[in-house]
Design a protein around this ligand. Structure first.
Ligand code: AMP
Length: 213
Protein backbone atom coordinates (compact mmCIF):
# COMPACT_ATOMS: atom_id res chain seq x y z
CA UNK A 1 0.00 0.00 0.00
CA UNK A 2 1.28 3.45 -0.90
CA UNK A 3 -0.57 5.98 1.16
CA UNK A 4 -0.31 9.70 1.84
CA UNK A 5 -1.78 11.24 4.98
CA UNK A 6 -2.99 14.73 4.25
CA UNK A 7 -4.22 16.62 7.27
CA UNK A 8 -3.96 19.93 9.10
CA UNK A 9 -1.61 20.39 12.05
CA UNK A 10 -3.34 19.13 15.20
CA UNK A 11 -5.54 16.67 13.33
CA UNK A 12 -3.87 13.68 15.00
CA UNK A 13 -2.06 12.84 11.77
CA UNK A 14 1.12 11.54 13.45
CA UNK A 15 -0.78 9.45 16.02
CA UNK A 16 -3.05 7.86 13.43
CA UNK A 17 -0.10 7.26 11.10
CA UNK A 18 1.76 5.28 13.78
CA UNK A 19 -1.33 3.18 14.55
CA UNK A 20 -2.01 2.51 10.87
CA UNK A 21 1.60 1.60 10.13
CA UNK A 22 1.50 -0.91 13.03
CA UNK A 23 -1.81 -2.46 12.06
CA UNK A 24 -1.07 -2.87 8.34
CA UNK A 25 2.71 -3.36 8.65
CA UNK A 26 3.54 -0.45 6.34
CA UNK A 27 6.77 1.55 6.83
CA UNK A 28 5.92 4.99 8.25
CA UNK A 29 7.79 8.03 6.95
CA UNK A 30 7.18 11.22 8.93
CA UNK A 31 9.03 14.18 7.44
CA UNK A 32 8.45 16.19 10.64
CA UNK A 33 10.08 13.43 12.77
CA UNK A 34 13.04 13.16 10.38
CA UNK A 35 13.59 16.92 10.48
CA UNK A 36 13.25 17.08 14.30
CA UNK A 37 15.78 14.21 14.66
CA UNK A 38 18.18 16.22 12.50
CA UNK A 39 17.68 19.34 14.61
CA UNK A 40 18.33 17.38 17.81
CA UNK A 41 21.46 15.79 16.32
CA UNK A 42 22.59 19.24 15.07
CA UNK A 43 23.26 17.92 11.56
CA UNK A 44 23.80 20.29 8.63
CA UNK A 45 20.19 19.68 7.58
CA UNK A 46 18.99 20.32 11.15
CA UNK A 47 20.79 23.67 11.29
CA UNK A 48 19.34 24.61 7.90
CA UNK A 49 15.69 23.86 8.81
CA UNK A 50 15.58 24.78 12.52
CA UNK A 51 14.46 28.40 12.18
CA UNK A 52 11.66 27.58 9.71
CA UNK A 53 10.24 24.88 11.96
CA UNK A 54 10.45 26.90 15.15
CA UNK A 55 8.25 29.59 13.59
CA UNK A 56 5.79 27.08 12.13
CA UNK A 57 6.83 27.84 8.54
CA UNK A 58 7.34 25.25 5.82
CA UNK A 59 10.86 24.15 5.05
CA UNK A 60 11.75 25.02 1.39
CA UNK A 61 10.50 22.49 -1.16
CA UNK A 62 14.01 21.71 -2.48
CA UNK A 63 15.14 20.35 0.91
CA UNK A 64 12.11 18.11 1.29
CA UNK A 65 12.13 16.84 -2.26
CA UNK A 66 15.74 15.71 -1.97
CA UNK A 67 15.05 14.06 1.39
CA UNK A 68 11.98 12.19 0.22
CA UNK A 69 13.49 11.10 -3.10
CA UNK A 70 16.43 9.49 -1.26
CA UNK A 71 14.07 7.56 0.99
CA UNK A 72 11.45 6.44 -1.49
CA UNK A 73 14.01 5.05 -3.90
CA UNK A 74 15.38 2.86 -1.10
CA UNK A 75 14.38 -0.84 -1.47
CA UNK A 76 12.79 -0.80 2.03
CA UNK A 77 9.94 1.25 0.60
CA UNK A 78 9.51 -0.55 -2.72
CA UNK A 79 6.38 -2.42 -1.65
CA UNK A 80 4.70 0.32 0.31
CA UNK A 81 4.86 3.30 2.65
CA UNK A 82 2.74 5.63 4.67
CA UNK A 83 3.82 9.20 4.05
CA UNK A 84 2.99 11.48 6.98
CA UNK A 85 3.64 15.17 6.33
CA UNK A 86 4.62 14.95 2.66
CA UNK A 87 3.55 16.37 0.26
CA UNK A 88 2.54 19.72 1.74
CA UNK A 89 2.72 21.83 -1.44
CA UNK A 90 1.81 21.35 -5.10
CA UNK A 91 5.46 21.19 -6.28
CA UNK A 92 6.08 18.47 -3.66
CA UNK A 93 3.06 16.52 -4.94
CA UNK A 94 4.31 16.80 -8.54
CA UNK A 95 7.73 15.58 -7.45
CA UNK A 96 6.16 12.61 -5.64
CA UNK A 97 4.27 11.59 -8.80
CA UNK A 98 7.52 11.84 -10.76
CA UNK A 99 9.40 9.62 -8.29
CA UNK A 100 6.61 7.02 -8.37
CA UNK A 101 6.33 7.15 -12.17
CA UNK A 102 10.03 6.40 -12.47
CA UNK A 103 9.24 3.08 -10.80
CA UNK A 104 5.95 2.63 -12.64
CA UNK A 105 4.15 3.05 -9.37
CA UNK A 106 1.31 5.21 -8.17
CA UNK A 107 -0.36 6.14 -4.88
CA UNK A 108 -3.18 3.86 -3.73
CA UNK A 109 -4.87 6.35 -1.46
CA UNK A 110 -4.65 9.80 0.07
CA UNK A 111 -6.27 9.96 3.47
CA UNK A 112 -7.60 13.36 4.51
CA UNK A 113 -8.37 13.87 8.21
CA UNK A 114 -10.93 16.63 8.48
CA UNK A 115 -10.99 18.62 11.76
CA UNK A 116 -12.45 22.11 12.40
CA UNK A 117 -10.06 24.96 13.31
CA UNK A 118 -11.22 25.45 16.93
CA UNK A 119 -10.54 21.79 17.71
CA UNK A 120 -7.11 21.99 16.02
CA UNK A 121 -6.07 24.98 18.13
CA UNK A 122 -7.16 23.29 21.38
CA UNK A 123 -5.29 20.11 20.49
CA UNK A 124 -2.05 21.82 19.45
CA UNK A 125 -1.75 24.16 22.42
CA UNK A 126 -2.15 21.30 24.94
CA UNK A 127 0.17 18.86 23.20
CA UNK A 128 3.33 17.64 24.96
CA UNK A 129 5.98 15.44 23.35
CA UNK A 130 8.75 13.05 24.32
CA UNK A 131 11.95 12.47 22.37
CA UNK A 132 10.92 8.76 22.23
CA UNK A 133 8.08 10.00 19.94
CA UNK A 134 5.27 9.41 22.45
CA UNK A 135 2.80 12.25 22.43
CA UNK A 136 0.36 13.44 25.12
CA UNK A 137 -2.28 16.09 25.68
CA UNK A 138 -2.61 18.00 28.95
CA UNK A 139 -6.41 17.53 28.99
CA UNK A 140 -7.31 14.65 26.68
CA UNK A 141 -4.42 12.23 27.15
CA UNK A 142 -2.21 13.30 30.09
CA UNK A 143 0.77 11.19 31.24
CA UNK A 144 0.42 9.35 34.57
CA UNK A 145 3.09 11.53 36.20
CA UNK A 146 2.93 15.23 35.45
CA UNK A 147 5.43 16.17 32.71
CA UNK A 148 7.03 12.68 32.53
CA UNK A 149 6.74 10.17 29.67
CA UNK A 150 4.86 6.97 30.63
CA UNK A 151 6.97 4.92 28.20
CA UNK A 152 10.55 5.98 28.91
CA UNK A 153 10.46 8.26 31.99
CA UNK A 154 12.01 11.24 30.18
CA UNK A 155 10.82 14.82 30.69
CA UNK A 156 8.14 15.93 28.22
CA UNK A 157 8.51 19.12 26.20
CA UNK A 158 6.32 21.44 24.17
CA UNK A 159 7.26 21.76 20.50
CA UNK A 160 8.31 25.33 19.62
CA UNK A 161 5.79 25.24 16.80
CA UNK A 162 2.96 24.33 19.23
CA UNK A 163 3.18 27.81 20.80
CA UNK A 164 0.42 30.28 20.03
CA UNK A 165 2.09 32.44 17.34
CA UNK A 166 3.49 29.43 15.49
CA UNK A 167 0.12 27.64 15.60
CA UNK A 168 -1.48 30.61 13.81
CA UNK A 169 1.25 30.58 11.16
CA UNK A 170 0.93 26.81 10.63
CA UNK A 171 -2.82 26.95 10.14
CA UNK A 172 -2.56 29.87 7.68
CA UNK A 173 0.16 28.14 5.69
CA UNK A 174 -1.82 24.90 5.72
CA UNK A 175 -4.80 26.68 4.16
CA UNK A 176 -2.75 28.48 1.53
CA UNK A 177 -0.32 25.79 0.48
CA UNK A 178 -1.50 22.35 1.60
CA UNK A 179 -5.28 22.48 1.33
CA UNK A 180 -5.13 22.82 -2.51
CA UNK A 181 -3.78 19.25 -2.55
CA UNK A 182 -7.24 18.00 -1.63
CA UNK A 183 -8.64 18.90 -5.04
CA UNK A 184 -5.37 17.82 -6.71
CA UNK A 185 -5.83 14.27 -5.38
CA UNK A 186 -9.62 14.32 -5.66
CA UNK A 187 -9.13 14.67 -9.43
CA UNK A 188 -7.07 11.46 -9.36
CA UNK A 189 -9.99 9.75 -7.59
CA UNK A 190 -7.90 8.43 -4.70
CA UNK A 191 -9.08 10.65 -1.81
CA UNK A 192 -10.52 9.09 1.32
CA UNK A 193 -11.93 11.51 3.89
CA UNK A 194 -12.48 10.83 7.56
CA UNK A 195 -14.08 13.07 10.17
CA UNK A 196 -11.25 13.51 12.69
CA UNK A 197 -13.19 15.43 15.37
CA UNK A 198 -13.49 12.49 17.75
CA UNK A 199 -11.36 10.50 20.21
CA UNK A 200 -8.17 8.88 18.89
CA UNK A 201 -9.56 5.32 19.00
CA UNK A 202 -12.82 6.33 17.31
CA UNK A 203 -10.98 8.13 14.48
CA UNK A 204 -8.78 5.06 14.08
CA UNK A 205 -11.82 2.79 13.81
CA UNK A 206 -13.30 5.09 11.16
CA UNK A 207 -10.05 5.06 9.16
CA UNK A 208 -9.72 1.25 9.33
CA UNK A 209 -13.29 0.93 8.09
CA UNK A 210 -12.36 3.04 5.04
CA UNK A 211 -9.28 0.91 4.32
CA UNK A 212 -10.98 -2.42 4.91
CA UNK A 213 -13.93 -1.60 2.62
P1 AMP B 1 4.81 17.78 11.39
O1 AMP B 1 5.54 17.00 12.41
O2 AMP B 1 4.31 16.97 10.24
O3 AMP B 1 3.72 18.65 11.99
O4 AMP B 1 5.89 18.81 10.74
C1 AMP B 1 6.51 19.79 11.54
C2 AMP B 1 7.19 20.85 10.70
O5 AMP B 1 8.19 20.23 9.87
C3 AMP B 1 6.33 21.63 9.73
O6 AMP B 1 5.62 22.69 10.34
C4 AMP B 1 7.40 22.14 8.74
O7 AMP B 1 8.14 23.21 9.29
C5 AMP B 1 8.33 20.94 8.64
N1 AMP B 1 7.91 20.04 7.55
C6 AMP B 1 7.54 18.73 7.67
N2 AMP B 1 7.19 18.22 6.48
C7 AMP B 1 7.31 19.22 5.59
C8 AMP B 1 7.08 19.32 4.18
N3 AMP B 1 6.62 18.29 3.45
N4 AMP B 1 7.34 20.51 3.57
C9 AMP B 1 7.81 21.56 4.27
N5 AMP B 1 8.04 21.54 5.60
C10 AMP B 1 7.79 20.38 6.25
Amino acid sequence: MKIVLLAPPGSGKGTQAKMLADKYGIPHISTGDILRDNIRAKTELGVEVGSYMEKGELVPDGVLVEMIRGRLLHPDYASGFLLDGYPRTLPQADELSKILNERRNRLDAVLYIDVPDDVLIKRLSGRRMCTCRASYHLLFNPPERDGICDHCGKKLYQRDDDREEAIKTRLEIYKQRTQPLISYYAKEGIMLTVNGAAEISEVFTRICRLFDD
